[in-house]
Design a protein around this ligand. Structure first.
Ligand SMILES: [Zn+2]
Length: 464
């Protein structure tokens, strides 16, 4: 059918195999057909090619919300809610568009997003990003699960139609075996979704064989709340509870909080969700920082995937997640940035850089181990977490041609490493994560979506 595209680079980093020097990647019909070394090349181009990066947790909707650092989680959420409750649909649309642009320009090709309004999915479609978008679900009042869920279903139907319209407008013909944007459900967390409503969400997803996206065990306050019931979380809920008849008075709000059955049951957040039958191998849980003794076993037994968010965990004072134990238990794990309201950028290379620093400082891994692990967590391991390791996550023949071409940034003169050729994976990764390369081109299924650091925006071109 289509013609073959050849991409040459100083190095190809296939991830599932050793780096390929003087590499050539062949692409046909949106798929990689060869990843090989050329005996002779004219001269060094200063480029490397890596697989398209995968972000396992973001909220593009909040890309224009103020970034707060060194702020405890529940102070941060109260501030976020106060800002975004005033936003119009257009505000969310503009904010999500900004996030989608930033994500793809930094080399992300597949993104798992929890979206308050659904605008993330539309913004992703417009720039050519793919992934999984969970329309967020909130409703902690045990008595209103059915009407709240019915309302969510109506919103989902509307979103599905809007996304479909956009796809038709873009006229993009998809390759066989293409990965479309999957719309699904995102019950926000157990402290904002009642057990009854959470079960409705899980059942809805199970019937459709879709993923469920949630936040889990993010903060020490969440652990204290499900365990003893005494936590900063109650005052947070009093502030943010919507205002149906009963919640208009302080006493009414307290009643709603007191009857939330996750609260004060002597369980950890992980045990709470597991006990209510909310776990499955299609659950992607963000954070998982504050765990009880048997929680890792419960997560592993159910096949839950984890989105590890090192920068957001640090910035909102939630501590460091036990990544080494996730890996020991064989948990499917990748990295997530979280939103621009709690992290510095949507770049997975930046996220990986911070992870390497944290892992090296903590002494859990050597620097070389940390570098190699970080690359896997933003490519092949994340692909496994979204059940797509056969399709994306490495430069392997047969996989979709999602890839990033990076070019070296001219180095400072005093840097004496300029003369020494970069000869192994760890040294290339060291340079990559320290910012010695910048994203030049991004391909999604063999189609250029970023060229020379500029968005191609194929959807708009066709629509215009
Ligand atoms: Zn989040």
């Amino acid at each position: 059918m289509g013609e073959t595209l050849s991409l040459k680079a100083d190095w190809l980093l296939p991830v599932t195999g050793p780096p390929v020097k003087n590499g050539e990647l062949l692409i046909s019909d949106g798929k990689i057909t060869a990843c090989r070394s050329l005996e002779k090349i004219k001269s060094s181009s200063g480029t490397i090619v890596i697989p398209g990066l995968i972000n396992l947790h973001s909220h593009l909707d909040y890309s224009e919300a103020p970034f707060l650092k060194n702020t405890p989680l529940f102070d941060w959420i109260e501030s976020l809610v106060a800002t975004t409750r005033k936003w119009s649909r257009e505000d969310f649309e503009r904010s999500a568009a900004k996030g989608a642009r930033e994500a793809i320009l930094s080399g992300t090709t597949f993104l798992v997003d929890s979206s308050y309004t659904g605008q993330s999915a539309l913004a992703m479609q417009r720039v050519g990003l793919r992934g999984i978008v969970g329309l967020e679900l909130f409703g902690v009042d045990e008595t209103s699960a059915s009407p709240v869920f019915a309302h969510w279903q109506k919103r989902m139907e509307d979103l599905e139609q809007e996304l479909q319209k956009l796809q038709e407008l873009s006229g993009a013909t998809q390759n066989s075996g293409a990965l479309p944007i999957e719309l699904t459900i995102s019950p926000h967390s157990l402290y904002t979704v009642s057990p009854e409503l959470f079960r409705l969400a899980v059942t809805w997803a199970k019937e459709r064989r879709k993923f469920v996206l949630t936040h889990l065990a993010e903060s020490p306050q969440e652990l204290a709340w499900t365990d003893t019931g005494h936590s900063r979380l109650d005052s947070y809920l009093r502030t943010v509870l919507p205002r149906p008849a009963e919640a208009r008075t302080a006493a009414g709000r307290d009643q709603i909080i007191e009857r939330i059955s996750w609260r004060g049951r002597g369980r950890s957040p992980v045990q709470s969700l597991e006990a209510e039958g909310c776990f499955s191998d299609k659950l992607i849980a963000a954070h998982c920082v504050h765990l009880g003794p048997d929680d890792l076993t419960l997560l592993a037994r159910a096949g839950v995937s984890i989105a590890h968010c090192p920068r957001s965990n640090r910035n909102l004072e939630n501590g460091r997640a036990p990544l080494e134990h996730f890996l020991e238990k064989g948990l499917k794990t990748g990295l997530g940035t979280d939103s621009l309201a709690s992290t510095e950028s949507l770049s997975m290379l930046d996220e990986a850089k911070t992870l390497v620093q944290l892992l090296t400082e903590s002494g859990v891994f050597t620097r070389t181990e940390a570098l190699k692990l970080a690359l896997r967590l933003i490519t092949i391991d994340a692909a496994r977490a979204v059940g797509a390791a056969e399709r994306i996550g490495s430069l392997s023949p047969g996989k979709l041609a999602d890839l990033v071409v990076l070019e070296s940034v001219p180095e400072e003169e005093e840097d004496d490493s300029t003369e020494s050729p970069v000869e192994d994976e760890a040294r290339i990764l060291d340079a990559l994560f320290k910012g010695a390369y910048r994203v030049r081109d991004v391909y999604v299924e063999g189609r250029p979506v970023v060229k020379n650091g500029t968005l191609e925006n194929p959807a708009q071109k066709v629509a215009g």
